[in-house]
Design a protein around this ligand. Structure first.
Ligand code: SF4
Ligand code: SF4
Length: 449
């Protein structure tokens, strides 16, 4: 067995708070109301609707696509009728067209959603279609990176980046507090995770594949190690528990001791990284030609009555999931889409679950509310914990003075927006928020100085 791996500098130990849901199996939830399916859930150009108001749709039917540029197809996650196509403001503030569907509420909807995760596996692990067929099925299924980035997966597998790939890593670090989505998938569906990894490995022509998991998930590691024995080219790797191990560059450093250069992708060092649930989605698409119509996510937090891990149709509104988890125990609570470190707080509980929503965390406002901040006391703690060797105090000072060229010189583009600096700042300075602003500004006005 390999020694426990970790990235060398920076990072923090967070209160994990995963015990609330780590032992709770995934259960299927379908909403009893309309669903809204966004036509952009991915990095890139939005899809165009290929259905219209009044159309009858069936589950799995293509409802949006755009073959011009970076995009990922969108499918209906219910049988029913299209009520309208409208625009909604998403949690990140962007305006996106959504297809609003009135589900037919048939008795078998739950079973159909459950089948996305629990369908038959391939008869043989050797039975992987040729790369062009895999890529076509992944594209037709509308698969994106489900760990948050939302990059269209068929393009990642397509090999047009010009780099030879020798290793595939499935990112099972899941280092955000509360979230146990990948943990449960690795515990309950380790064989499917490995099947997805093997499909990716063969498609990109890599010699080796790893599933990397932090040691705070012992049941998942046990399941992975047992499964790994059946796959000659694949291994389970244990990571130390340290935030942000789930960041791609840190994962690659920890597993392979390779550095991904600034402004470059993992392919530049011969690596493809995919999330656990993306691997599951790839197995469903390749083995059963299942489009991506559902996902597993965790609903948790101190202000949720019955936390759980749920498999839900894409487009399910947040309020349905909060109801499925017993409701909120306090009215003075904050709903966060994603984890508490990198997620976004929202008051709009009609927001739909998208392909890359990893969880809903509900915190008492006393634990999460926006707080007034004090001046920087130059303690240097933000610098000590930054896993990208940055100086968050200096970068944010430059951003706040609109000196974006200085922020760029100080490396704002390398910031992975992990939030570790904000977490440790004794002056409660909202460094992450300022870093987001600085990074977005520099990206928008990118120069090659
Ligand atoms: S958010 Fe950026 S600056 Fe802050 S610790 Fe993470 S990588 Fe460093
Ligand atoms: S942790 Fe906060 S107070 Fe300390 S140097 Fe960084 S920004 Fe300043």
């Amino acid at each position: 067995m390999h020694r426990i791996k970790k990235f060398p500098i920076g990072g923090i130990h967070l209160p994990e708070r995963k015990a609330l849901t780590t032992e709770l199996p995934v259960t299927v939830v379908v909403p009893d109301c309309t669903i809204e399916i966004p036509l952009r859930q991915h990095l890139g150009v939005p899809c165009r609707a290929v259905v219209a108001a009044g159309d009858e749709v069936r589950i799995g039917q293509l409802i949006g696509m755009n073959d011009q540029g970076l995009s990922a197809r969108v499918h209906s996650s219910a049988s029913g009728r299209v009520r309208e196509i409208t625009t909604r403001e998403m949690v990140d503030g962007s305006k996106v067209s959504v297809v609003v569907i009135e589900p037919a509420q048939t008795a078998d909807w739950k079973t159909q959603i459950g089948a996305w995760l629990n369908g038959d596996a391939a008869s043989s692990q050797e039975d992987v279609p040729p790369p062009d067929v895999v890529i076509q099925r992944v594209e037709e299924a509308g698969i994106i990176g489900m760990g948050g980035a939302g990059f269209p997966t068929h393009l990642k597998l397509g090999g047009k980046h010009g780099h030879a790939i020798d290793t595939v890593i499935i990112n099972g670090a899941e280092c955000e507090p509360f979230i146990t989505t990948d943990d449960r998938l690795m515990q309950e569906h380790a064989a499917t995770v490995f099947r997805g990894l093997e499909i990716i490995r063969r498609t990109v022509g890599a010699a080796k594949g790893y599933v990397a998991c932090e040691i705070n998930k012992p049941a998942a590691i046990a399941a992975l190690q047992q499964e790994a024995a059946h796959w000659p080219h694949l291994e389970a790797v244990r990571l130390d528990t340290r935030y942000p191990h789930g960041a791609e560059k840190h994962l690659i450093k920890a597993v392979l001791n390779r550095e991904v250069p600034t402004r470059q992708l993992p392919m530049a060092v011969g690596v493809v990284v995919n999330n656990v649930q993306t691997a599951v989605a790839i197995a469903a698409a390749v083995d059963r030609e299942q489009p991506l119509i559902a996902r597993v996510l965790t609903v948790s937090g101190p202000a949720i009555r019955n936390p759980g891990n749920f498999l839900v149709p894409i487009g399910t509104p947040i309020h349905c999931l909060i109801e499925a988890a017993g409701g909120m125990s306090s009215e003075d609570a904050i709903v966060i889409v994603g984890g508490p470190m990198t997620g976004v707080a929202t008051k709009d509980l009609d927001q739909p679950i998208t392909k890359n929503t990893s969880g809903i965390v509900v915190m008492p406002s006393s634990e999460y509310a926006d707080r007034s901040c004090d001046p920087c006391i130059r303690c240097g703690r933000c610098v000590e914990v930054c896993p990208m060797y940055l100086q968050p105090n200096r970068i944010t000072a430059a951003v706040n003075n609109e000196m974006f060229d200085v922020a760029q010189d100080l490396g704002v583009e390398d910031c992975i927006l992990c939030g570790a600096c904000s977490f440790v700042c004794p002056s409660r300075r909202p460094l992450l928020q300022w870093l987001r602003t600085g990074k977005a500004h520099v990206a928008q006005h990118a120069t090659t100085r």
